[in-house]
Design a protein around this ligand. Sequence first.
Ligand SMILES: C[S@@+](CC[C@H](N)C(=O)[O-])C[C@H]1O[C@@H](n2cnc3c(N)ncnc32)[C@H](O)[C@@H]1O
Length: 267
Amino acid sequence: MSFSSEWLTLREPYDLRARNPDVIAAVLSAFAGQRAVTVVDLACGTGSTLRALMPRLDARQTWRLVDNDLSLLARAPQSSPPALSVTTVPVDLNRDLEVALDGPADLVTTSALLDLVSDEWLERLAIEAAARRLPVYAALSYDGRIEMTPAVPGDRVMIAAVNAHQRTDKGFGPALGPIAAKAAVARFQRVGYSVVQGPSDWMFETSDCDIQLEMLSGWATAARELGTVPLADVIGWLTRRRDLVAAGGSSIRVGHVDLFAAPTRTR
Ligand SMILES: C[S@@+](CC[C@H](N)C(=O)[O-])C[C@H]1O[C@@H](n2cnc3c(N)ncnc32)[C@H](O)[C@@H]1O
């Protein structure tokens, strides 16, 4: 599945605002006093997690940015010595997760990835992280909650279609979609990790028109691909919702969850 840099750029400020402060505080506290930190960012896109975390981590930082999309990697931040060293690593994480994790690392990060992966892949991540005793900061996993204000006819059926589409294969086998964060907490606890988690919902206000329009189109496409909602109903719903956005009368909340999982047991 591919993601445009335009979409990632559009969502990044909302992601940044949504990131759960308690979860970030737990990440920072795990590295307090450490002079150097090496981070592996899985499915980095253009480097949103680096931009979110780097200014807050009080240490010399080495980031390994991993993605399978070369055009996104090409837009990732550059090194700015001596405080920041960045390398980009093209890897298909479905095939070669272990390769991405090999080498020096203190922390694994990812954002907006876990809802795309299968339970099998998530188990692999938990096992491979545990085998290396690596903490994992996984932000912005969609959790199935969509609240649109005001409501219009078709919302309920469209949200159900979106959530069903979320469970389809995104390149890692059948995707966890809305249950990703819950599954991740269970998987990490099973390998002896303690987990701090919290909501990181997107809040689109009436003035956030571009991202609302982009989201609504994406949801309509998902419903069309799923094929369970008649096309005329999808179009009618999209038109009603777009008209509300254009009139400055639509706000949308999209539920997400952030988590920080850290090993507790000694091997
Ligand atoms: C929703 S985007 C999130 C990007 C970034 N973490 C962010 O928050 O802006 C999902 C990312 O997963 C990457 N991705 C999808 N499948 C992948 C795979 N099999 N191997 C490596 N990266 C993959 C995409 O290229 C994309 O950058």
